[in-house]
Design a protein around this ligand. Structure first.
Ligand code: MN3
Length: 238
């Protein structure tokens, strides 16, 4: 059923898989002072952890779907039974987006975007500074909980756009590939920034891993298959 994330295929005779909380590649305190250690600990183990647990609970009675990656489920909600569609949409989305989010950051960041991604940013936004302003504005203006993204359209021109998604929706639902994302749910910033979401968005650039965004960009050259297949689907989600 699922050919989109290679590590999800179940060898005969093994127990049904469960979705797992991916480990962070850095310590909870490693993104300070931009993101404090307690926020990271709660965000990763409690919030992301709860999405994983609830996704597994929703799939408990549907063994066929337990072989599917979270990204596949999110992209194929029409094939998910009515009674769990809402729970699967919310929690698969939470799992996918947070898995991308942890990898979008690294301690100390990686400076400025470079190479073909930089050229595309300059082409489509005018400059990196103009892109950042647009991204911060979109994130700050998003009503309620959601995500702000640098995304690449799946149209032929492959232009870059800043978009937002409500809740845990994913850019593929808007026919776009994710390159970079920031979480603007209050749980992502409230302990340190309180209601100052705009300050969080501005500080966040110091921990962005542009090399990861560039890897996604270079694979997203209008070939969905390459992104789906690359690294077991990891470049698109979980
Ligand atoms: Mn979050």
């Amino acid at each position: 059923m699922n050919q989109l994330a290679g590590d999800d295929l179940r060898p005969a005779g093994t127990i049904l898989k469960k979705h797992r909380l991916p480990p962070l590649a850095y310590a909870h305190a490693a993104l300070e002072p931009c993101i404090d250690a307690r926020t990271m600990m709660l965000h990763h183990t409690k919030h992301h952890g709860a999405y994983v647990e609830k996704l597994n609970a929703a799939l408990e009675k549907f063994p066929d779907l337990r072989d599917c990656s979270a990204l596949w489920l999110l992209h194929n909600l029409d094939k998910v039974p009515d009674e769990i569609r809402g729970a699967v949409g919310n929690n698969a989305g939470g799992h996918v987006n947070h898995s991308l989010f942890w990898r979008a950051m690294k301690p100390g960041g990686s400076g400025e975007p470079a190479g073909p991604l930089r050229e595309a940013i300059d082409r489509d936004f005018g400059s990196v500074a103009a892109f950042r302003t647009r991204f911060e504005h979109a994130g700050a203006s998003l009503f309620g909980s959601g995500w702000v993204w640098l995304a690449r359209t799946r149209q032929e021109d492959g232009r870059l756009e800043v978009i937002t998604t409500p809740g845990h929706d994913h850019p593929l639902m808007q026919d776009r590939y994710p390159l970079l994302l920031n979480d603007v749910w209050e749980h992502a910033y409230y302990l340190h920034y309180e209601s100052r979401r705009a300050d969080y968005l501005k500080a966040w650039w110091s921990v962005v891993d542009w090399e990861e965004a560039a890897r996604r960009f270079e694979l997203a050259d209008n070939s969905a298959e390459r992104l789906w297949e690359a690294e077991g689907g990891q470049l698109l989600g979980a």
